[in-house]
Design a protein around this ligand. Structure first.
Ligand code: AMP
Ligand code: MG
Length: 337
């Protein structure tokens, strides 16, 4: 299959939406990462997504909609869940809700009685979904286990000739996947940290939200087993090691010629690294998160490189999501001097 590249013009998006209506898979931009779009009501189309990604069948898919009204057919929405949608959609929050029996394919739910929904904050994505006229499944458009794609070129790298098309809208803004919150149970639980934080959710809900991904809740044994959590995620083939700001100068001492560093600009300067040795994570938590997967993918494809050292961020705001993805990419390896 020859993968066609689409721009975000009206004609191109309409052509891409017709492919989705025909049961084909088209990758599309969102503000978080690129997604793999297919008609969520067509099982043969959904199967193609699993094949293209090489994804295990019991790992459920997110359903992506252009309008919150599209949910009513599939799920029961509590007032609290409605409050989150009103406040955070369109945006980087995926909400897990109880399904109406028989309304959602087992391929989407992974056999669970729940389904995850998101309304992305990207115009091309919403235009595409609206034109297709159905909710579309939208898992990240990477080969299963690899870092998620933040550019159309990343998607092309993993998906060329495996899917019908890619809608190119340039680099994504957030750079990591959406926050996933389970609203199908009485106490909301964050299953994946993202741009929408625990504090923001608590402020809107006016109730306690558990972060299943924080060390605190893992220690107190309240961690639920979210389906995706058992699979290796976001990991390049190269050796990835995290380092702390305080260890930067020690790291510089032992840096081998084939090692590279991903760090913020002040850190790159402090360590006196050359352009070839360093990938800039910019100056803020937001720029660091936006650049994380792009840097990992770039060095993963460079046969000269042995180890990628990546600076940890302070665990505030989106820094938690950054450290969560970095921890997975590094298999939690930390630099020790
Ligand atoms: P991705 O497919 O890369 O966008 O990731 C989607 C994430 O949401 C995976 O970690 C899934 O396991 C998780 N997920 C999707 N649907 C559900 C669900 N119904 N219950 C729990 N987790 C879910
Ligand atoms: Mg993914």
């Amino acid at each position: 299959m020859k993968t066609k590249i689409f721009e975000t013009t009206k004609n191109d998006i309409e052509e891409a939406s017709r492919l989705i209506q025909k049961g084909e898979v088209v990758a599309f931009p969102t503000e978080t990462v690129y997604g793999l779009g297919a008609d969520a009501t067509n099982e043969s189309a959904i199967k193609k997504v699993f094949v293209a990604k090489g994804r295990p069948a019991d790992n459920p898919l997110i359903m992506t909609v252009a309008d919150a009204a599209q949910l009513d057919e599939f799920v029961t929405i509590s007032d609290q869940a409605r409050g989150l949608m009103d406040h955070f959609w369109p945006g980087s929050l995926t909400i897990i809700l109880p399904i109406k029996p028989g309304k959602v394919s087992m391929l989407v739910t992974g056999g669970l009685q729940t389904v995850a929904f998101r309304l992305p904050a990207n115009d091309a994505a919403r235009t595409l979904i609206r034109a297709a006229g159905v909710p579309i499944v939208g898992p990240s458009a990477n080969t299963s286990g690899k870092p998620s794609p933040t550019t159309a070129q990343h998607v092309w790298h993993d998906m060329q000739n495996k899917i019908a098309g890619i809608v190119d809208d340039g680099p994504t803004q957030v750079g990591v996947e959406s926050t996933v919150v389970d609203m199908s149970i009485s106490t909301p639980i964050i299953l994946r940290p993202g741009a929408v934080t625990q504090t923001q959710l608590e402020n809107v809900l006016q109730m306690k939200v558990i972060d299943a991904t924080s060390t605190e809740s893992v220690a107190s044994n309240v961690t639920p087993k979210a389906p995706g959590m058992k699979y290796r995620h976001y990991a390049p083939d190269k050796n990835v090691v995290m380092f702390d700001e305080l260890d930067a100068l020690d790291l510089k001492q032992v840096l081998a010629p084939n090692d590279v560093v991903m760090a913020q600009d002040d850190m790159i300067e402090k360590m006196g690294l050359t352009k070839r040795q360093a990938w800039s994570l910019g100056n803020t938590l937001e720029t660091a998160t936006e650049q994380l997967f792009a840097g990992l993918r770039f060095y993963d494809d460079d046969s000269q490189i042995t180890t990628i050292y990546v600076q940890k961020m302070p665990p505030i705001g989106i820094g938690k999501a950054f450290n969560n993805r970095l921890g997975k990419a590094a298999g939690n390896q930390e630099f020790q001097n």
